[in-house]
Design a protein around this ligand. Structure first.
Ligand code: PLP
Length: 226
């Protein structure tokens, strides 16, 4: 996609977002050149879903001016490599085992790793994440208090992959409602402020349902070449 197209599309997405809603430009599968173009158009926050690809992009672009959110399924054996890249956020914490591994590894590397807890509300077998009840129980049991090097900043989720707008809206509302319940049950949680939901096809609806951070890829960078 040409420079002017990325710039124009990025501006259009930004202009449609209310104040207080952040934008992760999901750059997975797109070349560094495309990221530089988005950066030149003012974008600083990028989303990647594979540790290998993020490693290559951080090697070229750094992790200071460019900030990175990891949004893909993460295997525990990749946690060390990922935390070394100093991602601004790991959005896709989908199990207690993974969270514990992140906490251990962040402590070992002497950093505090910001994370989001991934919720599974979509009607699909293949999606990762905590069920709302499961996550509520986990917070209610105050299990987060045993973490020493992880900052839980909120939740992330995806809606069902469907054309059924009512279904998508129900999913987003379920994500937001779970977040609100956690806030009510654990008012001492600090900086638990992020509700990451909404992608290219559904982000306006996600924002209407209470998203504070959208993850938009193809609407900015065009289709991906898998
Ligand atoms: C790829 C991806 C996105 C962006 O998807 P688009 O439809 O291209 O906007 C958002 N979130 C996650 C978790 C993804 O894997």
């Amino acid at each position: 996609m040409s420079t002017s197209t990325i710039h124009t599309r990025l501006d259009a997405v930004r202009q449609s977002l209310p104040d207080g809603v952040g934008l992760v430009a999901v750059s997975k599968f797109h070349p560094v050149k495309a990221l530089r173009e988005a950066y030149a158009a003012g974008q600083r926050l990028f989303g990647e879903s594979r540790v290998q690809e993020l490693t290559a992009k951080v090697a070229e672009l750094g992790n200071d001016s460019y900030r990175w959110h990891f949004i893909g399924h993460l295997q525990t054996n990749k946690v060390r490599q990922l935390i070394k890249l100093r991602p601004a956020m790991i959005e896709s914490v989908d199990s207690v085992r993974l969270l514990e591994e992140i906490d251990r590894e962040a402590a070992r590397q002497g950093v505090v790793q910001p994370v989001l807890m991934q919720l599974h509300v979509a009607r699909e077998e293949t999606k990762f994440g905590f069920l709302p009840e499961e996550l509520l129980d986990w917070f209610e049991a105050r299990r987060y208090e045993s973490l020493t090097a992880t900052h839980i900043c909120g939740v992330m989720g995806m809606a069902s992959n469907t054309d059924d707008t009512a279904r998508i809206e129900a999913d987003f509302k379920a994500i937001r409602a779970t977040y609100d319940k956690i806030c009510a049950n654990a008012p001492d949680l600090r900086g638990f402020t992020t509700v990451s939901m909404g992608m290219s096809d559904d982000y306006p609806l996600a924002v209407a349902c209470g998203s504070t951070l959208v993850r938009v890829g193809s609407a900015i960078f065009g289709p991906r070449d898998y």
